[in-house]
Design a protein around this ligand. Structure first.
Ligand SMILES: [Zn+2]
Ligand SMILES: [Zn+2]
Length: 781
């Protein structure tokens, strides 16, 4: 750890962030050295430009009054594109004022052209409400902004349709409420000049693929009314934002990525909790102290230091435990200090949220532990420290959370505490991946036929489809999807195109743009009959089997019965000390190999596969990782047609790598687990969005093979991105395994919480040999 110590000693002692880091480190039990990296991300001076000459005084004055003296460089650059009618995405850091990039052109247009209209889309209601409030407060003459979402009272909806010229809504409402009834929106849509897509990086994976088709439907309906609006998108920092924005909108989009806003210095620390000696987990593996426990202690130290601090924890229960842990430490020092720490969760009323924000801003409250609920649309910034307990899955989310610290130009501390996950292990040992240029691409796939089909049906019911429409909505793949819809009797082919067959019954309500489609399994609380929500039918056998502990919106339930035919799971509220993990038998067959590259004894392929999965039992595990017992289950097999990337190595290549055949299953299995864990480094996905299969001999390839596949029917672009970024991805995978100091595999490297085989067999050293063999062959070419 000498290198880290040097870096740490070199931190300027006079900055607040460095002081706080010293305090946190001083509280570390002796003998532990959890700090893997620390550096000062230097302050950046803002770069302003003059006001664009097309922005009139009536727009400029209220912005000036709100403290916007001049636009930052990126704001002006993006606004200029938008004003010129060029589609643009602005992708800069949190709190860099991306809103002004679209406010300038939209407000100016609405002010100067009384007939123009604009549409604003946000992924969450809270964010949309905040943005709407800002626009209201500016009181620009001629701008009539209003929200139109599920909460808008029916009488008000008429007013919005007829009079508002800037409508704030979300994709769900656009899909269900606006497009199916576009006839009522004729005037608004005919005059539509701008479509703003805020936080567009949240449209990823399956949800992103749905929204991409929704945008094509919107553009088609607008075109019918003669409107061709300009799209302005705002994104967190991701790799190649214009590529993703173009896939999302189906348009050529320019990108603005140079952040011209000022930023205070931040001390960024990467932290890896130590392996505990007294506890062992699955198959005797060592276990690290939990990120939540480590964070609780840090939060207490920060409060003692008088720092206003926010800790992000993955689950609501975790957030509550972290706040509780911090209070316990503080109470020993001074009971009044314990009252300065609280937990915050989704579902608070707006007044409660504002109260909490205020308390934190004034310093009445000093430490808050929260779930990701605070990530979007809540106005807390300028804190002294942010502790992120477990990488939140994407760099965009991490920086969004980190951005709560030091906004006002003061310097601050940001700490990432690794969870027991290979991606976290990689990140705390490879600071460049966090602090350098982003590798992660926002991935979505609007050509997925399972997503395409319902949107083609919706589109046909909105306006009959022409051949050109079909091509514009889904490219070459769409024509065969349309044929299928005709065969199913949903569309009818007539002269002039394809028509929806059921004029009185629209398809929109049956399309869940955030889910997977298909009949959802409904969760019902047995005692009260209350419907709690739904789960994806594909994952139900693994997540809501009888006996499963299921978290729903942060609350814990235990499942009593699951009836897959009825689509019904009965549960009761219970929060036992254990969690459950399903055991599955998985089979994969190659349906079509689309690409296959041979590198000597290595083959790398991409194509479509069929995955058959059967849940055969479950384990009960304590938070320490200890397994209590295993219960068999008899569940039907589920099959999934999706996309996969796979590689094969010849038997002789494995032998030459030093692996005798008995080690192959464990080595390939460990390499597969870690690769699944590291995919989010190059694609915006969760490891729960993907799956994998490894085998020492696969009948379709004839060789030892590792598959990584999309977890949803038809795929969401993850396997394709994995194939494209294979070398970076597997290089990081190899590093994550070798960086973990455990002797033979643990949850921080090759064990997986979703393994259907109980993490057995796993050969950590063997996985490194496999990956070296793969990367060696790739390097030769
Ligand atoms: Zn390990
Ligand atoms: Zn496994």
């Amino acid at each position: 750890m000498g290198g880290v110590q040097e870096v740490f000693d070199a931190l300027p002692g006079d900055t607040r962030g460095a002081q706080l880091l010293r305090r946190v480190l001083a509280g570390t039990p002796s003998g532990e050295s959890p700090l893997t990296h620390a550096e000062i991300v230097p302050a950046r001076d803002g770069r302003t430009t003059g006001w664009p000459d097309w922005v009139p005084e009536e727009v400029r004055a209220p912005l000036l009054a709100r403290g916007v003296d001049r636009p930052w460089g990126h704001q002006a650059a993006a606004a200029a594109h938008a004003w010129a009618g060029e589609h643009v995405v602005v992708s800069t850091g949190t709190a860099s004022g991306k809103s002004l990039a679209y406010q300038l052109p939209v407000l100016t247009r609405l002010h100067t052209d009384p007939r123009a209209t604009a549409l604003y889309l946000s992924p969450t209601k809270a964010l949309g409400a905040d943005q709407l409030r800002t626009v209201h407060d500016l009181r620009v003459e001629g701008v009539r902004a209003a929200s139109y979402d599920g909460d808008t009272p029916i009488p008000e909806r008429d007013w919005v349709r007829q009079h508002a010229n800037w409508v704030f809504t979300n994709p769900d409402m656009l899909h269900r409420g606006v497009l199916p009834r576009h006839g009522r929106w004729t005037t608004f849509l005919r005059r539509l000049r701008y479509v703003v897509i805020d936080e567009c990086h949240t449209y990823r994976g399956l949800f992103g693929s749905h929204v991409a088709l929704l945008m094509r439907r919107l553009r088609r309906v607008c075109a019918r009314y003669g409107a061709h609006p300009t799209f302005v998108l705002a994104s967190a920092t991701v790799s190649e934002p214009a590529v993703s924005a173009s896939v999302l909108t189906g348009l050529d989009v320019a990108e603005v990525t140079e952040d011209g806003s000022p930023r205070g210095a931040r001390a960024v620390a990467l932290w890896e909790p130590p392996l505990l000696e007294e506890v062992t987990g699955e198959n005797g593996a060592p276990v690290r102290r939990s990120a939540g426990a480590e964070t609780a202690r840090m939060l207490a130290d920060l409060v003692l230091e008088g720092a206003r601090s926010l800790a992000f924890v993955r689950s609501r229960r975790g957030a509550e435990l972290t706040a509780l842990g911090a209070r316990r430490v503080l109470a020993e020092v001074d009971p009044s200090l314990a009252r300065q720490v609280a937990a915050y969760r989704a579902g608070y009323l707006p007044e409660e949220r504002r109260e909490l924000e205020q308390a934190l801003l004034t310093g009445a409250l000093r430490g808050v532990a929260t779930t990701n609920a605070l990530e979007l649309g809540v106005d807390i910034a300028g804190l002294d420290a942010v502790v992120v307990a477990g990488f939140p899955g994407t760099r965009a989310s991490f920086w969004q959370q980190a951005g709560r610290a030091g906004r006002s130009g003061d310097d601050a501390l940001v700490v990432l505490v690794a969870r027991d996950d290979p991606l976290d292990t990689y990140l705390v040992h490879h600071p460049q991946a966090m602090l350098g240029a982003p590798l992660e691409r926002c991935v979505l796939d609007p050509t997925n036929p399972y997503v395409l089909a319902p949107h083609l049906a919706c589109a046909a019911s909105e306006i009959p489809l022409t051949r050109d429409d079909v091509a514009a909505l889904g490219g070459a793949a769409a024509l065969s999807v349309v044929d299928d819809l005709v065969a199913e009797g949903l569309l009818r082919r007539r002269r002039g195109g394809w028509f929806w067959s059921h004029p009185t019954d629209r398809p929109h309500a049956g399309v869940d743009i955030r889910g997977s489609g298909g009949e959802q399994v409904v969760l019902v609380e047995s005692e009260t009959g209350r419907m709690l929500g739904t789960v994806d039918p594909g994952t139900a056998p693994a997540t809501v089997h009888p006996g499963a502990v299921h978290l729903h919106q942060g609350e814990s339930y235990v499942v009593d019965t699951l009836d897959l035919d009825e689509g019904l799971a009965h549960v009761h509220a219970e929060d036992p000390e254990w969690t459950t993990q399903a055991r599955t038998v998985i089979d994969i067959s190659v349906e079509e190999t689309e690409q296959c590259a041979a590198h000597g004894e290595l083959q790398v392929c991409l194509g479509s596969v069929e995955v058959t999965e059967q849940v055969v039992g479950y384990l009960r595990k304590l938070p320490s990782g200890r397994v209590l017992d295993q219960t068999p289950l008899d569940m039907p097999a589920r099959s999934l047609r999706t996309r996969a990337v796979w590689y094969t190595l010849s038997e002789s290549a494995l032998l030459r790598a030093g692996l005798e055949p008995a080690r192959w299953p464990g080595a390939l299995h460990a390499a597969e687990h870690a690769a699944i864990g590291l995919l989010p480094l190059v694609a915006t996905c969760d490891r729960w969005d993907i799956g994998g299969v490894s085998t020492a001999l696969h009948p379709d390839t004839g060789h030892p093979t590792v598959f990584v596949h999309d977890g949803h029917p038809g795929g969401a672009g993850f396997a394709d991105r994995a194939h494209e970024a294979l070398r970076e991805w597997l290089t990081a995978t190899r590093a994550a395994i070798s960086d973990c100091e455990c002797p033979s595999g643990c949850p921080s490297c090759v064990q997986s919480p979703k393994c259907g085989n109980g993490n057995d067999p796993l050969d950590k050293a063997g996985a490194i040999l496999v990956l070296d063999a793969v990367l060696g062959r790739l390097a030769e070419d």
